[in-house]
Design a protein around this ligand. Structure first.
Ligand code: GLU
Length: 487
């Protein structure tokens, strides 16, 4: 049986670095075993999915060079490769009906109000929150009559109520176990007829001949339902392999609050796809010869799924910057020239309105735009601490500003006017709370310190629009470096 693997991202936002990571592992596995690598878009959650995002995933994979053998834009023998299109062909409903006919699924007529009150009661009683199986024992004739009368309903999977689920994932020393009674009667088909992820993914993995599902460990908890569905539908299940999730430095699941997660960001920052892939590859799979720099094609030759890390690798941008340097310095001059032009182009539209007033010729752009391009600034204590001020007070102010920036980023309010309002009010509050801090927190001084810390110079175009263009990630990195310089 020839190997067939897939990635199945949901197009709900910017293309995610986790998609590239899982894609890369699947790509290597397929290449290593002479198999095929499939891209499927899981867009059954119509409220959250956007066509723009589907297109961006395809473009990001193309930019990275993670070529798939079958997928939405290139077709293949098992298409369509977009679940909304498959839904319109009635594919998922057929399987839901098979389960109903076999008695392995049932219609559930519970209203959202009823479900909410069950949930509230369970929370109050500190019980696990799950469906109470109210409709599970309805007489089939009654259920049929209510469906025929047009009563809204979902279709739920009948999950066993006793016994234990156990699965040996080949990356993990111990089998993954769960008591069935802890597992919900999963909704398979929603009231509007759309399938949920669980039904659609299992059906498609089967119809697309997927032999190995290599995915992040966050899906382990869904595994019992997926294997149960395979069994009830009479499918031979793929082998499920769960790899470690990418993590922030504090070991939490990678999130945009703490790391840039969008592939578009890496591209706009001028990272090379080779470097980003090399970085992601090292997070998951060390090179058997201890090599640091390699292409994914080289990795595929020695790829061993059993060596992939299960303890979530920590995503460290410094490591990426190091690899980027290695790759970049090896580029031929012509490619560097193209990268320089691309870098200017990528930011020209955002920067030009800011720099315009200060430019009298093309080369001036390079002078004023410099802080926006350099990965890190050299920050000197003496530039950060205004005459007569105390370094630890400046540090305290910068720490508070860093906190404000983190909050704005988390709330996705990274605009010049929001940054300005938040920083102004922070300064006012600090001045009011401690009159000794008032001179330092006066806008002229405080904004000057912020400018030095983030743009590395005493003069710049208007500060807050500059910070908007610099972006939350870089602004926060620079604040952290400035705080460090004042320790
Ligand atoms: N659509 C799921 C996701 O967004 C796919 C999970 C899986 O690989 O089964 O990650």
């Amino acid at each position: 049986m020839s190997v067939r693997v897939r990635i199945a991202p949901s197009p709900t936002g910017d293309p995610h670095v986790g998609t590239a990571y899982i894609g890369l592992l699947n790509w290597c596995f397929a290449r290593r075993h002479g198999g095929r690598f499939v891209l499927r878009l899981e867009d059954t959650d119509q409220e959250r999915c956007q066509p723009k995002s589907a297109q961006a995933i395809i473009e990001a994979l193309r930019w990275l060079g993670l070529a798939y053998d079958e997928g939405p834009d290139i077709g293949g023998p098992h298409g369509p490769y977009v679940q909304s299109e498959r839904h319109r062909l009635g594919i998922y409903r057929r399987y839901a009906e098979q389960l109903l006919a076999q008695g392995d699924a049932y219609p559930c007529f519970c209203s959202t109000e009823r479900l909410a009150s069950v949930r509230a009661a369970q929370l109050a009683a500190r019980q696990p929150v799950m469906y109470d199986r109210h409709c599970r024992e309805l007489a089939p004739a009654e259920a049929r009559a209510r469906i025929a009368a047009g009563e809204p309903h979902v279709i739920r999977l009948k999950v066993p109520t006793s016994g234990e689920f156990s699965y040996r994932d080949r990356l993990r020393p111990k089998p993954f176990t769960k008591r069935w009674e802890e597992i919900d009667d999963q909704v398979l088909l929603k009231a509007d007829g759309w399938p949920t992820y669980h039904l659609a993914a299992v059906v498609d993995d089967h119809l697309m001949g997927i032999t190995h599902v290599i995915r992040a460990e966050e899906w382990l908890n869904s595994l019992p339902k997926h294997l149960l569905l395979n069994e009830r539908l009479g499918f031979t299940p793929p082998e499920y392999i769960h790899v470690g999730l990418l993590r922030n430095a504090d070991k939490s699941k990678i999130s945009k609050r703490k790391n840039p997660t969008s592939l578009l960001w890496y591209r706009a920052q001028g990272y090379l796809p080779e470097a980003l892939l090399n970085f992601l590859a090292l997070l998951g799979h060390s090179h058997p010869e201890g090599r640091e720099q390699f292409t994914i094609a080289e990795l595929a030759e020695v790829f061993d799924i059993e060596r992939v890390h299960v303890t979530g690798p920590v995503f460290d941008l410094k490591k990426l910057d190091h690899l980027q340097g290695l790759w970049f310095r090896q580029l031929p001059a012509e490619r560097v020239r193209a990268e320089v032009h691309a870098a200017i182009d990528a930011r020209f539209d955002a920067l030009y309105p800011l720099l315009r007033e200060r430019m009298t010729r093309g080369g001036d752009f390079l002078h004023w735009a410099e802080p926006f391009y350099s990965a890190a600034l050299t920050v000197r204590r003496e530039d950060l601490v205004p005459a007569g001020q105390d370094a630890s007070a400046v540090r305290g102010l910068l720490e508070a500003m860093a906190g404000t920036c983190a909050a704005l980023q988390a709330e996705e309010r990274w605009t010049a006017s929001d940054i300005e309002a938040a920083i102004r009010s922070l300064c006012e509050q600090r001045a009011a709370a401690d009159p000794a801090q008032a001179p330092l927190c006066a806008p002229k001084l405080a904004f000057g310190i912020l400018r030095q810390a983030t743009l590395g110079r005493p003069h710049s175009p208007p500060l807050f629009p500059c910070l908007e263009v610099l972006g939350a990630v870089r602004t926060r990195e620079r604040l952290a470096a400035a705080i460090q310089a004042l320790r």
